[in-house]
Write a protein that binds this ligand. Sequence first.
Ligand SMILES: [Zn+2]
Length: 287
Amino acid sequence: MGILKGLKEFGLKPKTMPITSGDGHGTKCENCAELLMKKTLDDNLGVCPHCDYHHKVSARRRIEITLDENSFEERYSNIISKDPLKFKALKTYDEKINRYRKLTGEPDALVCGVGAIEGRKVAIAASDGFFAQGSMGAVMGEKIVRVIEDAIKERLPVIIVSGTGGGARMEEGLFSLMQMTKTCTALGKLHDAKLPFISICTKLTMAGVWASWAAIGDIIIAEPKAIIGFTGARVIEQTIHQELPEGFQTSEFLLEHGQIDKIVHRRGMHSAIDKILEYLCEPIATQ
Ligand SMILES: [Zn+2]
């Protein structure tokens, strides 16, 4: 693919992303403002022990939380976006993207590969809200498609986590928008191959991500109080000049109205996926 080039040229090393900003060991809950030790919050998978608010976590942490310990094998980490449109606003796209690379140690906003859940091999991808708000550009689309193609070849279920953010990356213009069709086409092939796709939505799962792969899971799971939708509530209200119902676009609202299948606490995600895969997949072969 012409707009992609190798990771090694950038000398990047993925690092553990702090789940909250600020120096030192302490932080505040983004919801209830209680003071917390960063380690306590991290040990609690990014969930506030006081109010149960699910904080944003990096893609790598998300994969770690979801899979069996040390089972993840990363794939396609060498795919990096160029700047096909030579986009420039206040900063150039290259400058912006390099800043996110330095911040996260990731080449782009998605990490993918294969791993296991209770011994069952799965293909997995997670977007990273710390990298350009988890927006989907050519790299995210390409990596999702490649990991789905691997899943079809290896007969694996697919799990994709929308890890906070979403949208199409405007700096890549149509290269970004075409990823919506491209990812859905790949998921169509997965469906034809009779392999399940579990979509996991977190706060926020919006716009181009929700309008493509995130919304077409065979099973769609959301974290509690996630915000999921195409356009933000404020923009909708300003456009239609009507007040929106209480809780609009929350997981709880969407579950009640049939747009998602299940709400699962982050601590229960691993076992919930395991149960679903037990229903949907062949039993794990025993030796
Ligand atoms: Zn809290």
